[in-house]
Design a protein around this ligand. Structure first.
Ligand code: GTR
Length: 426
């Protein structure tokens, strides 16, 4: 029966995708929509205070996101071993300290390991840290020749020397422009990164990465409401956080989880799930990240579940072309990050990610911040390009394409300075 229901929902979503290949970029073509109410419980009661939000509404929303969108995460998988490969590496002429730590997961005869690369300012005692995934290996974020190479599956990119899904020396530093490590160190922040494929390779194959650790006998892929890759990546970030709480160089009360694009989706989900993250930064996370699904502009649920079905749980397919039936929308995901600081970005040429939808959901999420006596966005209209706005929630739209740039990083650092080091709001 379960199989039949799923077969049907696959067929339906496939057909709907066929109707959606014409991507809409026209605001006038957006169907009328009504956002589900952030501050009304499923039983229809108003949420007027933090208590009801935390006891009732937030858990309700979390359950829906787990069950319908990203998939439930098993609770029982923990770090089995930690190997510190390097404790006191020196980089940037002594400005930064480099540490490389391998966290290992074991179950029966399975073993999975992920390398955490950490740079902290040399003289800091406990550094606040930005943490996020990279797309092709830790060694790509910097020309630092000492970074360990991942042995996990990596998408081929022959021009970077990534062939047969394995990295080589040639790919060192290819993503340096997206990771201005020196700038972060000079501002007093550490940065930590993990290759997403160490946790779960980004391919529609549930035989590798962490997923098989949760399978019952005879199971070969997650069930309809069980974790897709975004949930696996979010889980991985929490495991990195587990490690941080044991590392004397890191201030685990000031860990800022960030992500660009698909890793931005993972970052917001991680921040909603794990309240130990003190801040969240979503950079161009778009569809099923910060952007509202009901606007159906740029990338839609039909498109994303067709191209990247493994990112989500199978239940999401039901909403392909039926966004109005979703019991939630993405402003609720952002709302669950409250009262912790949240910063969302868009880019003018990144229409695929629906900048306006990213802005509107960020704006709406402010309602939860208000319950806590904090301020959401200080504006109600989208700001002009390259004009960051912030209170406890911040936003900017940068000119240019889908990317994470030094300009974006400058704003993240400014925002972190404001949240951690200026006077708290009254
Ligand atoms: C696109 C995908 C987006 C975004 C992006 C990325 O192809 O449609 O949702 O996540 O990839 O991660 O670069």
């Amino acid at each position: 029966m379960r199989y039949l229901v799923f077969s049907l929902s696959f067929i339906i979503s496939f057909n709907l995708f066929a109707q959606q290949t014409d991507v809409n970029y026209d605001e006038n073509e957006i169907p009328d929509y009504k956002l589900p109410k952030l501050l009304i419980t499923e039983s229809g009661r108003k949420v007027k205070n933090v208590k009801r939000w935390e006891k009732k509404r937030r858990p309700e929303l979390l359950e829906i996101f787990k069950h319908e969108i990203y998939g439930n995460i098993p609770e029982e998988i923990d770090i089995s071993d930690v190997i510190v490969h390097e404790e006191n590496g020196v980089f940037f002429d002594g400005l930064a300290k480099r540490k490389q730590v391998e966290i290992i997961f074991k179950k029966d005869d399975r073993e999975l390991s992920a390398d955490i690369l950490i740079y902290t300012p040399k003289d800091s005692v406990k550094a606040p840290v930005f943490v996020g995934y990279n797309f092709s290996g830790n060694h790509t974020i910097s020309y630092d020749p000492n970074i360990r190479l991942t042995e996990s599956w990596v998408p081929d990119n022959p021009s970077w020397g990534i062939v047969h899904n394995q990295v080589t020396e040639q790919s060192r530093g290819v993503a340096t422009d997206k990771w201005p490590v020196k700038k972060m160190i000079e501002a007093g922040y550490g940065v930590a990164t993990v290759y997403c494929g160490d946790i779960d390779p980004d391919r529609d194959n549930f035989q590798d990465g962490i997923h098989p650790f949760s399978y019952q006998l005879g199971q070969f892929r997650p069930g309809y409401d069980e974790w897709g890759s975004i949930s696996a990546w979010a889980w991985g970030l929490s495991k990195v956080m587990d490690y941080f709480t044991t590392d004397q160089d890191i201030d685990s009360t000031k860990v800022m989880v960030f992500g660009f694009s698909r890793m931005g989706k993972a970052a917001v989900w991680a921040a909603a799930l794990d309240q130990r993250f003190a801040m969240c930064i979503s950079n161009n996370s778009g569809c099923m990240g910060a952007a509202l699904s009901r606007r159906r502009i740029g990338e839609t649920i039909g498109i994303i579940t067709y191209h990247f079905p493994h990112w989500f749980c199978e239940n999401l397919n039901k909403y392909s072309g039926h966004e109005d039936k979703l019991p939630i929308d993405q402003h609720m995901l952002l709302g669950m990050i409250a009262p912790r600081p949240l910063y969302v970005t868009s880019a003018t040429a990144d229409l695929w990610s629906d900048p306006k939808g990213e802005f509107l959901s960020t704006l709406e999420a402010g309602k939860v911040y208000e319950l806590y006596g904090k301020k959401g966005l200080p504006v109600t209209e989208m700001p002009a390009p390259n004009t960051p706005v912030s209170e406890t929630v911040g936003y900017h739209i940068r000119t240019g394409k889908h990317d994470i740039t030094p300009y974006d990083w400058e704003q993240f650092i400014n925002f972190a300075n404001k949240q951690f080091y200026s006077q708290p709001e009254e």
